[in-house]
Design a binder for this molecule. Structure first.
Ligand code: BDR
Ligand code: CA
Length: 312
């Protein structure tokens, strides 16, 4: 079977790191690059964290391009309380052997996508959507040339996780998200409505801890950190795992139930900043947006575990 070409745009971040491991260990993916954005923690740290995970996974063949370290127009917001000051829980960070690849993320996205056939390169976005918005400004034909864009962001029936109305990634850069949703991109969105169904239960953590290998050991440590902060801050016994959904869907479309829709993002009101208005009254045949409504959470974890088993 032909491999799916993929770029991952992320802000590691504990759950981003799990998403990276899922992709690094998936033989069905041709991972062209990882691009990073300021989000959970500042941009220089997210790039370093992506390179740490890449090194642990033995995937230094995949370039990491650092990208936007601030939103298009707003002041940066971070989520260090959920990811640790260094973005990777209580792991001791280190400077990886290989640095960032030359050139900013937005340019790398344009170059990698436009050099390949239309529709062939997928983009999984796990953080604020600043890099894709900047890339579309650099190359107006990019949106129509991109393959599937799978996004972790937004909330509908679940309500927000940073405000009553908004999910963190969209809240952090609502102006970028609004530009991307208004473009020709073919976007599938994994918002809190499904990621809150993907729970990091005790048995799922143990199943990862017993796999062996540095990548699985790191993934287990990150999930233990997450378990602790979700208990302390939100009061959840088993917190949600968000970002790996974007990659899991690209690997297996049957893991999620989707509904065609049109999504718009609130950019004017401060009260509802970053709210995703998800309109299901659309023509299903022409809808460019799809909203995930159900998930086989066990299947997502099975994919993560299979990847971790393949990695060092
Ligand atoms: C999203 O926000 C970040 O903190 C996580 O990494 C995830 O991408 C969940 O709302
Ligand atoms: Ca993220």
């Amino acid at each position: 079977m032909k491999k799916q070409s993929l770029i991952i745009d992320c802000d590691p971040g504990v759950d981003d790191a799990l998403g990276l491991f899922l992709a690094f260990g998936s033989p069905g993916l041709e991972l062209l690059a990882v691009t990073t954005v300021g989000g959970n923690v500042p941009g220089d740290i997210t790039a370093r964290n992506a390179r740490i995970m890449r090194q642990l996974a033995g995937r230094e063949d995949v370039p990491v391009h650092a990208g936007a370290d601030r939103p298009l127009v707003r002041e940066p917001v971070a989520a260090a309380e959920f990811h640790g000051e260094g973005g990777i829980g209580d792991m001791t960070p280190f400077e990886p052997r290989v640095g960032n690849a030359p050139g900013p993320a937005a340019q790398a996205i344009v170059d990698l996508v436009m050099a390949r056939p239309a529709g062939s390169v997928a983009l999984a976005i796990m953080g604020p959507m600043t890099n894709l918005a900047l890339a579309m400004r650099l190359e107006p034909k990019l949106a129509a040339h991109l393959g599937p864009v799978s996004v972790m962001g937004g909330a509908r029936s679940e309500g927000g996780n940073i405000t009553a109305s908004a999910e963190f990634n969209i809240y952090a850069d609502p102006d970028a998200a609004a530009e991307v949703f208004a473009s020709d991109c073919d976007i599938t969105v994994f918002g809190l409505d499904v990621t809150h169904q993907v729970r990091v239960s005790e048995d799922r953590i143990v199943a990862i801890e017993v796999l062996g290998g540095e990548s699985a050991r790191t993934a287990g440590e990150l999930l233990r950190f997450s378990q602790r902060v979700e208990r302390e801050i939100v009061g959840w016994d088993a917190g949600p795992l968000h970002d790996p959904c974007t990659v899991a869907w690209l690997l297996d479309r049957d893991l999620f139930g989707l509904k065609p829709c049109r999504i718009e993002v609130e950019t004017v009101s401060d009260l509802t900043r970053g709210h995703t208005a998800v309109e299901f009254r659309v023509d299903a045949a022409t809808a460019r947006h799809h909203w995930a409504v159900s998930v086989d959470a066990g299947g997502v974890f099975a994919r993560i575990n299979a990847s971790l088993e393949r990695l060092p």
